[in-house]
Design a protein around this ligand. Sequence first.
Ligand code: G3P
Length: 220
Amino acid sequence: MKFFVDTADVAEIKELAATGLVDGVTTNPSLVAKTGRDFFEVLREICDIVDGPISAEVAATDYDTMLAEGRALSKLADHIAVKVPLTPDGLKACKALTSEGIMVNVTLCFSAAQAILAAKAGASFVSPFVGRIDDVGSDGMALIADIVEIYAGYLDFETEILVASVRHPMHVVDAAKMGADIVTIPPGVLRAMFNHPLTDKGLAAFLADWKKTGQSILDR
Ligand code: G3P
């Protein structure tokens, strides 16, 4: 299972990438707006930190402009994945960019039917938004289970399932149980995954007992 981080904050990405656990990065227009920085400058910096797929979203909604924007974004680095919305024009752009050898992440997926379309369009990644589905009183992870099941039945579907809009560690655990390929995790959720009170308590007890021995591992 691959971990992407869902942020455009370069400092956060640098810090989390240092753990060695980060396989890629996803950004979106809202995350870029939050930084208040130049989009291309931010993307260049992210591409230098992480060598896995870096999702960069188009801002247009019509096919021709999406294609032009996708090509412009992809010129930044080979590991840019152009993010397009799950619309008829978006999927048309997905097919065209994919045929040019550019990775495409089809975003804003909220149904299994849409995920089938993304796979048919040859997307490298499809991004179902589990948290936003939960937010409206539905079951986001049930959508992931459906997509995993559907994609497993077709060897010609090469699209990876990128679980997005993650809100808490249990989304990651459930995605792992279902065999989703990738989870894009907000920095706060990734940090929360490390935490357990019994780890803290156990470590404190081990350190206290070790102190009593008066020994040092390095002074040998
Ligand atoms: O990057 C897409 C997705 O992860 C957005 O998440 O929290 O805005 O629903 P959120």
